[in-house]
Design a protein around this ligand. Structure first.
Ligand code: SF4
Ligand code: SF4
Length: 439
């Protein structure tokens, strides 16, 4: 079964799913240059007069189905956009009211909300705190870097509004995580970005997202690319700054992504280990220890998180909201049927089943699994299609972090299950710490 099925809960088979609901679709009050979602307004049915809002009746259908389709101690709702706070506070009060209406006894219901922060105020924060929402705040770094792409409709940067939101989140003691896009500019300023998030934003949890968008992304679904059109790894036209580049100029380059992670990782290991939570690094520690990667992008499978548009259409993943990847509609099918459908399972397993030979032979396959398939639009140097655009960067980062991760795990009494310094390669006579980490 693709979607997690634990042994038993409440005397029945445990059953979980996760949906990113977009109750206002791609509608947003600001206009970030690299937003991959704004173009969905044209791609999907909205141009034909479809309401860009999940109406109250559909909202109730969704909440009921989402709860009834799961058998698990905790049900997590995720609200995204576009900008979901544009729906207004009363809409979210209704969400909580409906969740209480359908909440089974003994089951915890949790919510998370991804926002650009610009509409948050005391009233919003009081509501979010009272209802225990986890807030994901989009912020790209210090003022110059944030304002480069995160602009309002008049083209002005949103930094000051987002920093006001940061202060509100702290004032109301809200649980929050920061989401930072690593683009062509932020990737060149890793320490400025990291130290700003650590010292100024005081981010409790840092998430970094590599910005990778082919020039065709607005109209062409992933994996519908022609193999012969894929460029080989190392081709200069894969560099965002090349005048004939196949990716948008604001993208991070493959090597740039690796360099960004390495600079932040070294700073984190040296000063902040155990104090600052950086999602990719925590996930790497777990993976080196032999556990499954908690992040879908670096894990074995896709398909554990569906995406739902305001008209009830459901897609295989937030990054696959294209007509080719629609798996149904909540007005015609039940959410759990879609989540467990053959199409969704095939989508999930394809991540590992379609790895190139380069990935299959890679020392870091255990930590990467070819990364997100939406980025697999290049060919290996041998000409095999379907390699990840970020491959060189990931490999650079993993090989750099390998030794330090092994050291950290041994120093804290944990097994080292993977990598070049794994336990099984150590001979009994060898010093378990034969190297100081290179910080
Ligand atoms: S397509 Fe990418 S984002 Fe979606 S589940 Fe797979 S790895 Fe995750
Ligand atoms: S680092 Fe590159 S070769 Fe290795 S698994 Fe990831 S994408 Fe494949």
């Amino acid at each position: 079964m693709l979607i997690t099925q634990g042994p038993q809960f409440n005397g029945k088979a445990s059953k979980r799913m996760h949906v990113m609901a977009k109750p206002i679709g791609a509608a947003c009050n600001i206009d970030c240059t690299y937003c991959y979602y704004l173009s969905k307004q044209d791609l999907l049915e909205y141009k034909q007069g479809c309401s860009p809002k999940l109406d109250e009746q559909a909202l109730e259908t969704y909440i009921r189905q989402y709860i009834e389709g799961q058998n698990t101690p905790e049900i997590i709702f995720s609200w995204q956009g576009g900008e979901p706070t544009m729906l207004g506070l009363d809409y979210f009060r209704k969400i909580v009211e409906l969740q209480r209406k359908y909440q089974p006894p003994g089951i915890v219901i949790a919510n998370d909300l991804q926002t650009n922060g610009t509409l948050l105020n005391d009233e919003w924060c009081e509501f979010l705190a009272a209802n225990n929402f986890l807030v994901g705040l989009s912020i790209d770094g210090p003022e110059m870097l944030h304002n480069a792409y995160r602009t309002n409709r008049a083209g002005r940067g949103t930094f000051r509004q987002v920093m006001a939101a940061v202060e509100l989140l702290h004032k109301h003691k809200l649980k929050f995580a920061t989401l930072t896009c690593v683009n062509n500019l932020t990737s060149k300023n890793p320490l400025e970005v990291y130290r700003f998030l650590r010292d100024e934003v005081r981010s409790p949890q840092m998430q970094f997202i590599p910005i990778v968008e082919q020039k065709t992304f607005r109209t062409t679904a992933p994996q519908t690319w022609q193999p012969q059109e894929q460029l080989r790894q190392g081709d200069n036209r894969l560099k965002p700054w090349h005048k004939k580049s196949v990716v948008e100029p604001w993208c991070v380059s493959d090597e740039g992504w690796g360099d960004f992670l390495i600079a932040v990782f070294d700073e984190w290991v040296k000063h902040d280990l155990g104090k600052v939570f950086v999602q990719y690094f925590e996930a790497s520690v777990e993976t080196w220890m032999g556990r499954k990667n908690p992040l879908c992008t670096l894990g074995e499978m896709c398909g554990k998180g569906l995406a739902m548009e305001p008209n009830g259409d459901v897609f295989t993943c937030d990054h696959y909201v294209y007509p080719e990847y629609k798996i149904g509609n909540i007005h015609h099918q039940k959410l759990d049927e879609m989540a467990y459908s053959e199409q969704q399972q095939a989508f999930g397993f394809a991540k590992s089943r379609t790895l190139t030979s380069q990935c299959q032979q890679c020392d870091y396959q255990f930590a990467c699994f070819g990364e997100c398939p939406k980025n697999r639009f290049i060919r290996t140097k041998d000409g095999e299609p379907g390699l990840n655009y970020l491959c060189a960067g990931w490999k650079k980062f993993f090989s750099h972090a390998d030794k330090s991760l092994a050291y950290i795990l041994r120093a804290t009494g944990h097994p080292v299950a993977h990598g070049k310094y794994r336990d099984e390669l150590l001979k009994p006579s060898m010093n378990r710490f034969p190297y100081p980490p290179q910080f």
